[in-house]
Design a protein around this ligand. Structure first.
Ligand code: ADP
Ligand code: G6P
Length: 467
């Protein structure tokens, strides 16, 4: 059987807590299947730009982690500058936050070349390569240029915007061509896939061969939608675990007279946290029955603090939480408990299960695994309600959630009020339907269906020279 080689910028020991959908999902997959996981170590060294750092190997259960450090200059241009200062905002429809002028693209390309050069000697002829996310779009092209013949798949964990938004990125055609060097490209949703096919049709004259196959740049490319899931079984086991049960019981005791709402996110402007706080404030203002009877616990883990848009959102959120507590709080009740930290994964299901309502209200999100984790950890007899943004990829699947437009403060507040009042029969009905969906399309389904299709793609054709 072929060995699976996963390549991503972020690599995490699958046995430890990670905040971020990619690391969590791949940890589950590789823990099961075994294989090699190649990427950045998370460490920086003060060496000249582009200087190759040694690859360190270590074993974590079934998985071999192969990681290398980045130089600070490469990190600044590749990770902070281009990946998170250009691609992340534009792919999340935030042209206003993108910094196009700084020439970060050189660093992006340099690090992709470095990844290709360092990975190549570790590969076996029958490996299957699976490249992840927006940091590594040109990696297949770089590997092909070095003679790599293995099948290479690519999955984009974040949304892909429509052609006109993508076109705002100077030199975006190079990115599109880079995507076409893979044998299979996967997206989170049907909408993202459509944006991709619209783009290759209009910009690269791609010819539709049917069944997700396209003729483009003189080769055949397969494209599909593969909504990522969670490991429902593993999450159930975690929910029954001692730490989650302890968390659940403590929360139930502490909030026996009040209903708990929960938000768990990386602190990212795409997650709509200020909008969520404004909707919560509106709830307290407009529905006095919620005062002194509802508490919102918002956990926001620190993320990408070297990018200025992230520090801006941190200050905005702190000030909103402070003013809500200042205006509505009482001696024995604070409406918002905000924590800027990561919660241990083993305790998270207990927090979800003790909450009557989850607020998953991103302005834009590839999928959002928190929504699925919340559903998986509920008590089926007395489940909580998911308030979900229609702009999360998960909304394509979880139709039984209370879908909201997070830009509409009043309507979101009204939906939260409905969620808090919802009778148990209706909660059960919605929960059972969503649980069936997340079970059917769990993380193993995601991985198996992607790799199955990748295995069936035609053996590599070189096509147009890529670089
Ligand atoms: P993203 O990938 O954009 O961070 P997702 O919702 O898809 O968003 O995935 C986030 C993952 O990270 C989930 O598995 C979630 O449980 C975890 N996570 C996010 N924030 C925290 C936090 N504050 N504490 C612990 N885990 C977190
Ligand atoms: C999202 C991205 C991942 C990324 C994660 C955490 O899930 O899709 O690629 O790893 O956020 O962000 P970070 O910048 O810390 O890796």
């Amino acid at each position: 059987m072929s060995r699976l080689v996963v390549v991503s910028n972020r690599v995490a020991d699958p046995r430890k807590t990670a905040a971020g959908g990619l690391a969590v999902a791949l940890g589950e997959v590789l823990n099961n299947s075994g294989g090699l996981w190649f990427g950045w170590s998370g460490k920086l060294v003060d060496r000249p730009a582009g200087s190759p750092q040694p690859v360190r190997m270590h074993h974590a259960g079934q998985v071999t982690l192969a990681t290398m450090d980045l130089t600070r200059v490469d990190y600044d241009a590749f990770y902070v500058g281009y990946s998170n200062g250009v691609l992340w905002p534009v792919f999340h429809y935030r042209l206003d936050l993108a910094d196009f002028d700084a020439g970060y693209i050189e660093g992006y390309r340099r690090v992709n070349q470095l990844f290709a050069r360092q990975l190549l000697p570790l590969l076996r002829p029958d490996d299957i390569l699976w490249v992840q996310d927006y940091h590594l779009i040109p990696l297949a092209a770089e590997l092909r240029a070095l003679g790599c013949q293995q099948r290479i798949g690519y999955f984009l964990h974040i949304p892909l915007p429509p052609p006109l938004i993508l076109a705002a990125i100077p030199g975006h055609d190079w990115l599109v061509k880079g995507l076409c060097a893979y044998d299979l490209v996967g997206f989170q949703s049907g909408a993202d896939l459509e944006h991709f096919t619209d783009t290759i049709r209009s910009e690269a004259h791609a010819q539709d061969l049917g069944e997700g196959r396209w003729r483009v740049f003189n080769r055949t490319l397969q494209a599909g939608a593969f909504p990522i899931g969670i490991d429902v079984q593993e999450f159930n086991a975690l929910t029954q675990g001692i730490e989650a049960v302890d968390m659940y019981e403590r929360m139930r005791r502490e909030y026996s007279r009040r209903k708990l709402l929960v938000g768990v996110d990386r602190l990212d402007y795409s997650k709509g946290l200020p909008q969520r706080m404004r909707a919560f404030r509106e709830l307290l203002a407009k529905y006095p029955d919620t005062r002194n009877s509802a508490t919102l616990i918002q956990i926001a883990s620190p993320s990408r603090e070297d990018v200025s848009a992230y520090t801006d959102i941190l200050h905005e959120l702190e000030s909103l939480c402070g003013s809500i507590n200042g205006n509505y709080g009482e001696l024995e009740w604070m409406p918002v408990r905000y924590m800027h930290r990561t919660v241990a994964r083993s305790r998270l299901p207990g927090l979800y299960r003790a909450s009557r309502v989850a607020l998953v209200t991103p302005l834009r999100d590839g999928m959002n695994l928190v929504a699925k984790e919340f559903i998986a950890s509920q008590d089926p007899e007395d489940p909580g309600v998911l308030v979900l943004s229609r702009f999360a990829g998960a909304a394509e699947q979880l139709k039984e959630a209370l879908l909201v437009n997070p830009y509409d403060t009043e309507a979101t507040a009204a939906a939260i009020h409905v969620a808090l009042q919802m009778p148990v029969e209706e909660r059960r009905e919605r929960h059972v339907a969503m649980l069936a969906t997340i079970r059917r399309t769990d993380v193993h389904w995601w991985c198996d269906s992607f790799l199955h299709l990748l295995g069936q793609t035609e053996a590599h054709e070189s096509g147009t020279p890529w670089l």
